[in-house]
Design a protein around this ligand. Structure first.
Ligand code: MRU
Length: 352
C-alpha cells in the first residue's frame, strides 16, 4: 500500500477567511467551487446538499464556527460565547440525522471554552485550529478505515454500494469506498456496482463520478435492480456508510439501505458498514432513537425541475432508513473491524 492513499477529489478546503466547497448539487455535469463566507452560507450549503455525507457535514460545520468566530464583533468571552452558540444552533438544525454534525460542533465549542480565560483573540484562534484538526482527523480516519477494510475486499471482488460514502462524503478518501480505494491501490482488481440511490441520485451522480475519476470500474444500477444482481451472482459483498450508529449497532443510512441489507441476508452475502467512530452515537441506545430527516416532496416528484409525477401527488420522503444490527456482518471503523455482539464491540471501541 502507498503510505498516503491517493485522493482525486477535494470536497472542501479552508481558504483563510472562507470555506470553499466543491458544489455537489449539479454533479456530474458541473462541480463549481462554492465559497461560503457566512454561517448562513454554510448552513444553506449543508441544507441543500452542496456538501453532504456525514463526515463532510461535520467538517464543514466546524469551519462554519470558525466563520462565526470571525463574524462576531464581541470584545469579551460572554459575547463571543453567545455568538458561537447561536451559530452552532443554526448549523445544528441544518440536517438532523448525521451525528457527525453535532459531534463536530460540540468539539469546537469545547475547544473555545477551554481557552476562554485567554480572551476573544485566543478563542478565535482555537476555534479555527479545532476546525482544522477535525478536518485532518477525518482524513486520517478515512485512511484507517481503508486499511482496516482492505482484507474484506479480495482480488476480483465485486462490491455493491448505496448512496455515496466516498471521498465526496468526507474530507479524505471516504468510508465505504475507503477499503475499495485501498484494494485498488494495493493492485487488486475490484469493481463497484453503484445503486443510483433515489431520489437525489447520489450513487449515479456522485459515486459513479468519483470512482470513474479514480480509475475504479463502476457499473450503475437502478435501486430496484440490486436483488436481481445478487440473484444472478454479480455481487460478492456490500459496503455502505452510515449517518448515525446506535449503541446496539442499529444504524441509519441513505433511504434504501435497509432493503439492500435484507437482500444481502437472503443471498448470504456479507454486509459491511464503514464509518469513523465520530458516526457512533453512544446516547442512542438503538435505532428508534435516531432522528430521521424528511425532505421536500418535490425531490420525489421531479428531478432538477422536470416533473414526472402529478404536481399534487402525495409524497413521503424520508432521507434515511434504519437497518437493524442483526443484518450487519461487521462495522469497519478507524478503530478496526467490529464484530457481533455489537453492544460489546462498539462499547469497547468507544471506550478505548
Ligand atoms: O443525504 P446524504 O447524501 O448526505 O446522505 C449520505 C449518506 O447516506 C452516506 O451514506 C452517509 O452520510 C455516510 S458518508 C461517509
Amino acid at each position: 500500500l502507498p503510505p498516503e492513499l491517493p485522493r482525486v477529489v477535494r470536497t472542501l478546503a479552508w481558504r483563510g477567511d472562507a470555506l470553499e466547497l466543491l458544489d455537489q448539487r449539479r454533479l456530474p455535469l458541473e462541480a463549481p467551487p462554492l465559497l461560503c463566507r457566512s454561517v448562513e452560507d454554510v448552513r444553506e450549503a449543508i441544507r441543500t446538499l452542496a456538501v453532504r455525507g456525514a463526515p463532510a457535514i461535520g467538517v464543514a460545520a466546524g469551519y462554519g464556527l470558525a466563520i462565526a468566530a470571525r463574524e462576531s464583533s464581541a470584545a469579551d468571552w460572554p459575547g463571543l460565547e453567545r455568538d458561537l452558540e447561536t451559530a452552532a444552533g443554526r448549523l445544528r438544525s441544518s440536517r438532523p440525522t448525521a451525528v457527525n454534525l453535532g459531534w463536530a460542533l460540540d468539539r469546537v465549542l469545547a475547544a473555545a471554552r477551554a481557552v476562554a480565560p485567554g480572551g476573544p483573540k485566543e478563542v478565535r484562534a482555537a476555534v479555527l485550529a479545532e476546525a482544522e484538526a477535525i478536518d485532518a482527523d477525518d482524513r486520517a480516519r478515512c485512511e484507517a478505515i481503508g486499511r482496516a477494510g482492505l482484507d474484506l475486499v479480495p482480488d476480483g471482488a465485486r462490491v455493491l454500494t448505496h448512496c455515496n460514502a466516498g471521498a465526496l462524503a468526507t474530507a479524505g478518501i471516504g468510508t465505504a469506498l475507503a477499503p475499495v480505494y485501498a484494494a485498488h491501490a494495493a493492485g487488486r482488481e475490484v469493481a463497484v456496482l453503484a445503486d443510483e440511490t433515489r431520489p437525489l441520485l447520489q450513487g449515479a451522480r456522485i459515486t459513479a463520478w468519483e470512482l470513474a475519476e479514480s480509475g475504479v470500474p463502476v457499473t450503475v444500477i437502478c435501486d430496484g435492480m440490486a436483488g436481481y444482481a445478487m440473484q444472478r451472482g454479480k455481487i460478492d459483498l456490500v459496503l455502505v456508510g452510515a449517518d448515525r450508529i446506535a449503541a446496539n449497532g442499529d444504524f441509519a443510512n441513505k433511504i434504501g439501505t435497509y432493503a439492500v441489507a435484507v437482500l444481502a441476508r437472503e443471498h448470504g452475502l456479507p454486509f459491511y458498514v464503514a464509518a469513523p467512530l465520530s458516526t457512533f452515537d453512544a446516547n442512542a441506545p438503538d435505532g428508534a432513537a435516531i432522528p430521521i430527516e424528511e425532505r421536500d416532496a418535490d425531490e420525489v416528484r421531479a428531478s432538477r425541475g422536470v416533473p414526472f409525477a402529478p404536481p399534487d401527488a402525495d409524497v413521503w420522503n424520508p432521507a434515511f432508513d434504519v437497518t437493524p444490527a442483526r443484518f450487519v456482518t461487521a462495522f469497519v471503523t478507524d478503530a478496526g473491524v467490529l464484530r457481533p455482539p455489537f453492544g460489546e464491540s462498539i462499547a469497547a471501541a468507544l471506550g478505548a
